[in-house]
Design a protein around this ligand. Structure first.
Ligand code: ARG
Length: 357
């Protein structure tokens, strides 16, 4: 980034951040002076712990596609900027898993690794989520999660061999020291999973379906005040539809709508029997039921939509405009039954924010 542009972004961020943190005019002026000098001398500046923490929370608040933003202030920010080896990175990610999973009472957490700099390669997490299931290409199609097929082949090319079940957790693929990544198997005890069953269709339990408890997005760059953090994995808890209406249901994922329809004895020969809708609905009911039963935090889409409305109210009260991406904010089942469907949002990008790498 150009120095002038970097200064502009730094200044904008520090001003907003310090105002939100109720810092004095004097403190603001001193800090701006300091940042200006650092930029002139080194071409970069370093966030204070406070700036990093509040900046990461702002990035969540500004995430237009996220329906869960009511809780932005509760984000736990782990400062891992001092780490420099792949081993240390793996260790920090294992701690992230523990802190976030919290025995099922999931806590929103972000772990921030060192900032990008011209002087060395970016810290990089090659996984798209810290926990995801492998997808193996076989003669009979893909075993596991097709969304991970390419990444699974990549892991295999690095020497990894999975068991070959439909729910093998992929290894962490990390690089901090050079462009060449290191592989780390995630210890089993750190991966909380939920076996999926349905209260009214016992057959469902026999399918052996499962899903992991914590979605930890690891393929986005965190940008705060012009500084980029290339590795900054973050998590919330799941909204049921992400699993029940997409991961388990999409034709190019686990494709379980026909399976659920068979268990339910639906007429799949006629579209107008609405077998897809019925199967989808019960898959979602199964996910919510199973997470509850196992004491793992999850939110249904109606509750999440109400929480989002509260977020909008809060923001308006504080004089901030809420931006949003409507097509992502509406849930994939019964969207028109939520207030979000009937609202419009300005899909403008405000920083700090998360960006695809
Ligand atoms: N949709 C993604 C998945 O199903 C997870 C994205 C983040 N979700 C969240 N609830 N924080 O794995």
């Amino acid at each position: 980034m150009e120095r002038e542009q970097l200064w502009q972004q730094a200044e904008d961020f520090i001003r907003v951040c310090y105002a939100e943190l109720n810092k004095s005019e004097e403190e603001l002026a001193d800090r701006l002076e300091e940042v200006k000098k650092a930029l002139a001398d080194l071409g970069a500046y370093t966030h204070t712990q406070e700036e990093l923490t509040h900046g990461a929370k702002m990035a969540w608040r500004n995430s237009n596609r996220c329906i869960g933003r009511l809780f932005w202030e509760t984000l736990e920010v782990v400062d891992a900027r001092a780490l420099s080896t792949d081993d240390e990175m793996a260790e920090a990610l294992f701690r992230h898993l523990e802190l976030a999973t919290h025995g099922g009472r999931i806590r929103p957490v972000i772990t921030v690794f060192r900032a990008s700099s011209a002087a060395r390669p970016d810290a990089r997490i090659w996984n798209r989520q810290l926990i995801r299931y492998a997808g193996y290409k076989t003669e009979n199609g893909i075993v596991g999660d097709p969304i991970s097929a390419e990444f699974t082949s990549f892991c295999q090319s690095l020497g990894w061999r999975g068991e070959g079940t439909p729910y093998d957790v992929l290894p962490l693929v990390l690089s901090m020291e050079s462009e060449a990544p290191s592989l780390y198997e995630i210890p089993k005890e750190l991966v909380l999973e939920v076996p999926i069953e349905h209260p009214d269709y016992p057959e469902t339990a026999k399918l052996g379906l499962r899903w992991y408890a914590v979605p930890i997005v690891s393929d986005m760059r965190l940008e705060i005040g012009g500084i980029s953090y290339s590795a900054a994995p973050f998590n919330g808890w799941y909204m049921g539809t992400e699993i029940g209406a997409r991961n388990l249901a999409d034709e190019d994922r686990y494709n379980l709508q026909p399976v659920m329809a068979r268990i339910m004895g639906l007429d799949t020969a006629r579209e107008s029997s609405l077998w897809k809708d019925r199967a989808l609905l019960e898959l979602n009911a199964a996910v919510l039921h199973s997470f509850k039963k196992n004491g793992v935090a999850i939110v249904d889409h109606h509750t999440a939509a109400q929480q989002f409305k509260r977020f909008e109210d809060n923001e308006n009260k504080r004089g901030r405009a809420v931006t949003g991406d409507w097509s992502w904010l509406i849930p994939p089942v019964s969207p028109a039954a939520t207030p979000i469907f009937h609202s419009t949002y300005e899909n403008r990008t405000v920083t700090p924010n998360f960006f695809y790498r």
